[in-house]
Design a protein around this ligand. Structure first.
Ligand SMILES: [Zn+2]
Length: 348
């Protein structure tokens, strides 16, 4: 957010609880009083509603603990550069408190589709393989505490996608190396921002900047519903070769507004910048970008080339085992050599 944006279109209402003035920017609709901590929601013209289900995750972890937690994160995990924790230097370390609507819900999906199968028919010289389609169907159901960031532009804060399934909790950076194929990145699972929630109190998030919400409860429900429909469609798509029907119902059980302390970090490693987002209540890293180690690239490329070599060997000399292994060895060697060269002489 720029200062220009903050000074433009400033408005003011009186707190529904203590009457103190609350300043806000046009477009913001979920406002927290800086004096008593009461949160009000602007619902349409001149209509102000007090938000009852209003919580906070206390800022239990401060800068030193977050630093330790991020360093630990750098040391763990497959394919991260081995010297990351030693070489990384932090260039950004900001703590802010962000508003989220957490939509407790159950999503149930019925799907049907077809699987491609093959079978052998005939006998003797007429033996052949034919493919056919087999109908299939099923259902699955999931409970979520779906997090919706209460701002119009969720991208203002990097990494919030990782709070819900469908995002990424680790984003591996392979640099110019083209054969990473998404390895080393990890999909995010379910998280629950209501874990450890307490009644809202400004003293539980001392000296941190609080961001007001812009999205009202109705819109948050709508957004979470759409996100869950999309996620379930993606899950259903993997259940059969083709999906012909996919019907998801979302039951919303409850909606809470929770303010979460978060740490936005950036660090540089070998001249390149990477981002990390951490939870200021649990200290956990929510998501982060990490460079892949150069030796990992060497190993991965050697393995890929070996497999390619084996396949080529099989195609070229089907049946001749010894020649296949010679092909494999040559391809693996070339691959390892190339990978080594890439690792040593290219940046990132
Ligand atoms: Zn107040």
């Amino acid at each position: 957010m720029t200062d220009a944006l903050e000074t433009a279109h400033k408005k003011e209402i009186s707190c529904t609880n203590c009457g103190a003035p609350i300043e806000y920017i046009e477009g913001e609709s979920v406002l927290t009083c800086g004096f008593c901590g009461t949160t009000s929601m602007l619902a349409g013209f001149d209509k102000i509603v007090k938000v009852e289900a209003h919580y906070v995750l206390p800022a239990k972890k401060q800068k030193p603990e977050i630093r330790v937690s991020v360093m630990e994160w750098m040391k763990q995990g497959w394919l991260k550069a081995a010297d990351l924790a030693d070489q990384a230097s932090f260039s950004k370390f900001d703590g802010i408190v962000l508003p989220f609507w957490v939509v407790k819900s159950q999503a149930k999906t019925y799907w049907s589709g077809k699987n491609r199968r093959s079978r052998t028919v005939g006998s003797g010289d007429n033996r052949r393989t034919e493919t056919y389609w087999e109908p299939t169907s099923g259902q699955f159901s999931e409970e979520y505490n779906w997090s919706v960031y209460a701002r119009e532009k969720p991208d203002e804060i990097w990494g919030l996608d990782a709070l819900n399934p469908g995002g990424k909790s680790v984003q591996a950076d392979w640099g110019k190396f083209f054969m990473g194929l998404g390895m080393g990145s990890r999909a995010s699972g379910k998280s629950n921002l209501l874990d450890g929630k307490e009644k809202f109190d400004l003293e539980k998030i001392p000296e941190m900047k609080i961001i007001n919400g812009q999205i009202t409860q109705d819109r948050a429900e709508q957004k979470s519903r759409n996100d869950m429909l999309n996620l379930h469609r993606q899950i259903a798509d993997k259940k059969a070769t083709t999906i012909t029907d996919c019907d998801t119902t979302v039951d919303i059980i409850g909606v809470d507004l929770v303010y979460v302390p978060m740490w936005e970090l950036a660090y540089t490693y070998k001249g390149k910048s990477y981002r990390v987002l951490a939870n200021g209540n649990s200290g956990e890293v929510i998501t982060g970008e990490a460079p892949v180690g150069k030796w990992d690239k060497v190993v991965v490329l050697a393995i890929i080339m070996t497999i390619l070599g084996a396949i080529l060997g099989l195609i070229a000399h089907f049946g001749d085992v010894s020649e296949m292994w010679i092909g494999t060895g040559i391809a693996g060697g070339i691959g390892a050599g190339y990978a080594l060269w890439t690792a040593m002489f290219s940046k990132g």
